[in-house]
Design a protein around this ligand. Structure first.
Ligand code: SRM
Ligand code: SF4
Length: 554
């Protein structure tokens, strides 16, 4: 496809000599004032880190003619969210020694640190690498951390999902040794390495992969550029999902991936590489807001994609069968793993591990040697608990005032909220920090209607980029401007249908009241077992908006 002038990021990548550019020099230089150059900022993402500044203090500091408070967010690529006890303890040390004293479980089974100062960045990345984890390709225009079912069920199905996720995550890493040179002290290469899959300019945009079994879509497979859904004859390949959009720019939109092909059980890596090449060669490199593979699929269609992939692979790909029914089980609380051991799923509000929760997790992970698993819902599963340790582990958590899952309402347990302010440079409104007030409003409305025990998904983001996947699920609350949100409804709990906007520019404190009439209509008129999102979708946008409009006017 012929495209217009390449975007600035493309020019930076092309000149970077395999993701090096000015990084080594700038990170080594003594910092006087200001942030990194644009090239260094752009390339740093591929190494798993973003330069940020504290948005809470920026305005006052500017008025006082002081520099912003610069620091780095560092993202750990934890394939399939799996960590060992030793890795968690090392990450916990890092949170204390170099970051803001918190760890942040992400919506893609990763772990983030915030507030790392430039002088500690290399040491932080090296410390992560020393735990046999990496930050390489945790961000940037490459294949990101591959996600899957977090459940540590010790059966062939889950073993396969985990193994494929790890294999893809490792195999699709960039080949450049720039990361090892810049962060890990490896001797510089005489020439940039070949990137047989990515090529010298890597991908037009980020690229995300999930693998699931239909009985566990907690990874929201259809939000990914590429998905693999287990099928009795192999895998259904889904292509072209993504959440990001910009308010009032209809050319940008969230999209669920299409089922494109049915492949054999052992073709996952080969097909993944072909889909990566599809994105590499056909994604729009002139406009980063139009560069994701979802726009290629939206414009060219499924048949076109399957034909291109078949040509690339040199064999005809079978069309995909209709998607099976997907569902999302509850991973929180105690569950037998099937090997005599148990896991305890803990709800971590917004994934933020801080204060006494951090202390308690450290204590139980150290004492009982349990292995943590980050979930795609920003929660944490403690795996491999011996039966005889269950009571003591629970008591240790309770002694530290850690809220166990039963302390949360179903809507709280399912809730996600993105990071947003003060670190995220893209935030238009608060996310994580308004999780509690938004939840409290919804809980109050649900309580009034006798619906508190209902399973409803609620996802909050500080901007339309969609980091907590707000356009899937029952209710999405998306930052519009400080204190104002767009409220979405009509998606489904299982993540197979996109929602629609119910009301725009809703003040933070009116979110519950805006949803109240629709929730009331749901109790009165729902079909047996009908979820909130399903009901809203059945009613349709117009009727839903009429109900919400009345509430807003009141
Ligand atoms: Fe995200 C950008 C945080 C999952 C879509 N995301 C960002 C940045 C790096 C902001 C920036 O560009 O300056 C955020 C860092 C904030 C901070 O201070 O930490 C950020 N995204 C996150 C996390 C931490 C949210 C969370 O609260 O858990 C998630 C990290 C996942 C990980 O471990 O890799 C996170 N981001 C997602 C998801 C969910 C998913 O992948 O399942 C999405 C929607 C799916 C998708 O990709 O379409 C998502 N993030 C975006 C976008 C929009 C991309 C687009 O196509 O338009 C951006 C902005 C961008 O890329 O330009 C973005
Ligand atoms: Fe930042 Fe927006 Fe992502 Fe929230 S959704 S973390 S505000 S980019």
């Amino acid at each position: 496809m012929a495209h217009a002038k390449p975007s600035g990021a493309e020019i930076i990548k092309a000149a970077s000599q395999g993701l090096r550019g000015p990084l080594g020099a700038e990170l080594g230089a003594e910092v006087v004032k200001g942030g990194l150059s644009e090239a260094a900022y752009t390339l740093l993402k591929f190494h798993g880190t973003y330069e940020q500044f504290d948005r809470d203090t920026a305005t006052a500091r500017k008025q006082a003619r002081e520099d912003k408070e610069w620091s780095f967010m560092v993202r750990v690529r934890a394939s399939a969210g799996r960590l060992t006890a030793a890795q968690w303890l090392a990450l916990d040390d890092l949170a204390e020694d170099f970051a803001d004293g918190t760890l942040r479980i992400t919506s893609r089974q990763g772990v983030q640190f915030h507030g790392i100062l430039r002088e500690n960045l290399r040491a932080s990345v090296a410390a992560i690498n020393a735990t046999l984890l990496t930050t390489l390709a945790a961000c940037g225009d490459v294949v990101r951390n591959v996600i899957t079912s977090p459940a540590p069920r010790r059966d062939a199905l889950h073993a396969r999902l985990e193994a494929e996720a790890r294999r893809l995550s490792d195999a699709l890493l960039p080949k450049s040794r720039a990361h090892h040179e810049i962060f890990l002290g490896e001797e510089a290469a005489s020439a940039p390495e070949e990137e047989p899959l990515y090529g010298p300019t890597y991908l037009p945009r980020k690229f995300k992969i999930a693998l699931i079994h239909p009985d566990d879509n907690s990874a929201d497979v259809l939000a990914n550029d590429l998905g693999f859904i287990m099928h009795p004859h192999g895998w259904i390949v889904t292509v072209g999902g993504g959440m990001g959009m910009t308010h009032n720019k209809p050319a940008t939109f969230p999209r669920l991936a299409d089922p494109v092909a049915l492949i054999g059980p052992d073709e996952v890596l080969e097909v993944a590489e072909a889909v990566v090449r599809l994105s590499r060669d056909h994604g729009d490199r002139s406009d980063r807001k139009h560069a994701r593979l979802k726009y290629v699929l939206a414009e060219r269609g499924v048949e076109w994609a399957r034909t291109r992939l078949s040509e690339d692979l040199g064999r005809e790909l079978r069309p995909a069968p209709p998607l099976p029914r997907l569902s999302i089980p509850d991973h929180l609380g105690w569950h037998p793993q099937g090997d005599g051991r148990w896991w305890l799923g803990l709800h971590i509000p917004s994934g933020r591990v801080a204060g006494r929760l951090r202390v308690a997790l450290r204590e139980v992970i150290e004492r009982f040697g349990v292995n943590p698993i980050a979930t795609p819902g920003q929660d944490l599963l403690l795996a491999d608990v011996a039966k005889e340790d269950r009571a003591a582990l629970e008591a240790a958590l309770r002694a530290n005032q850690v809220a166990l899952p039963e302390a949360f309402t179903p809507i709280a347990r399912q809730m996600m909220a993105c990071v947003a302010l003060p670190t995220c440079g893209q935030a238009l409104a608060e996310g994580e920090r308004v999780r509690q007030p938004i939840l409290a409003q919804l809980e109050a409305e649900l309580g009034r209607l006798g619906l508190l025990e209902e399973r409803i998904s609620l996802r909050v983001t500080g901007c339309p980029n969609g980091c907590a996947r707000p356009y899937q699920g029952d209710i999405g609350v998306v930052g519009r401007a400080p204190g104002l949100y767009t409220v979405f409804v009509g998606g489904d709990f299982a993540g197979t249908r996109l929602s629609f906007p119910l009301a725009d520019k809703v003040p933070l404190e009116a979110i519950g009241a805006t949803l109240a009439p629709l929730l009331a209509a749901w109790t009165a008129r729902r079909a047996a077992g009908e979820g909130f999102g399903d009901f809203a979708a059945r009613l349709g946008p117009e009727d839903c908006r009429a109900l919400a409009g009345g509430a807003l006017a009141a």
